[in-house]
Write a protein that binds this ligand. Sequence first.
Ligand code: SF4
Length: 388
Amino acid sequence: MRYTPAAPITAPLGIYIHIPFCKRKCDYCDFYSICDYTDKLMDRYLEALIVQMKDYFKYSRRKVDTIYIGGGTPSVFGGKRIEKLLRELNKLIELMPNAEVTVEANPESIDERFLKHLRSAGVNRLSMGIQSAHDDELRAIGRLHTFAEAEAAYHLCRKYIGNISVDLIYALEGQTMEIWMDSLRRICDLQPDHISCYCLKVEEGTPLDRRGCVQPEDDLQADMYLESIRYLENRGYAQYEISNFAKGGKISRHNSRYWDLSEYLGLGCAAHSFYGGKRFAFVSDIHAFIDGVLGGKPVVSEMDDMEYWNGSGEYVMLKLRTAEGIDPEQFEKRFDQSFAPYAKGLEKYVPSGLARFHNGYWQLTPEGFLVSNAILSDLLDGILNHDM
Ligand code: SF4
């Protein structure tokens, strides 16, 4: 079956731009970014990004409703370059009046000048990596800022940008429930509009892995997660995805595109896209990317044209990450396929309280989110083996 987009090609698009520069590599990180950069390299990267944008929007001015500049550390790239990037992009697309424009930033590279550039470029959402309110934890994972510096940067951001999100990591080595909940309390006291809480995953080959990082026991990690959901709910943050919580409805509209299987175009090295009925990614090597784009050569490193893909299984996997879950009627309309086999698979998890059918939606519960990988792979295996 061929992929049929849920919405016509005139539907608003989301754009992601990858900025692969970091002052120092954090000890847990395996994203593509480099630390040995110069101003000249960043200028050439900016030039390549602009050329790539012009290529993609040569023939049509697409309506765009979310832009997300992530990394890496976009604040290291500097406000002036980000402003130039957004101004050039705006000439090529039709940015919708209520568009969400997010930039990621780290506390040690935020200053007034940076924020003034962002504001004048129309950035209206800032995502800050704070990770912990405890300096010993921040040091242990290789972050370059203290919590006091993060608080000061946060207050500065508040002056210029209306909508702020904060990232935190739990299940760090040696972390107790008290220490984690203290971090969460201190972040809530800052009153950001959005909080992301990620469980530390020790990726192979990272410094944490090489040091043999020992995380809290699984049961404690699970308790930390469930306690965070309860606490955040009490502080006015509604969970809308496994790791994401928002106050006053300020969800990340850009990230929600991923969970809804909506189209997005990723620009820059190592960026991934789901665009024009294809999934593809650009090379994870800044030099190959710049030379390729400026030399008119292809820079795609992965491509899947999904000829026999209708996306229904992927939609189920992504949508069940959200608190809203899946409306079977919407699913059937979108994919022209019965939801019954998936419903049958989910029913198995209702008695144990891991899944539920609530107000017309199939959802995983917070306990279900904890074991979502196992539930989702069981569901998809069941569909593939027709044993539901
Ligand atoms: S700042 Fe972000 S992208 Fe850079 S190394 Fe740290 S976690 Fe990775």
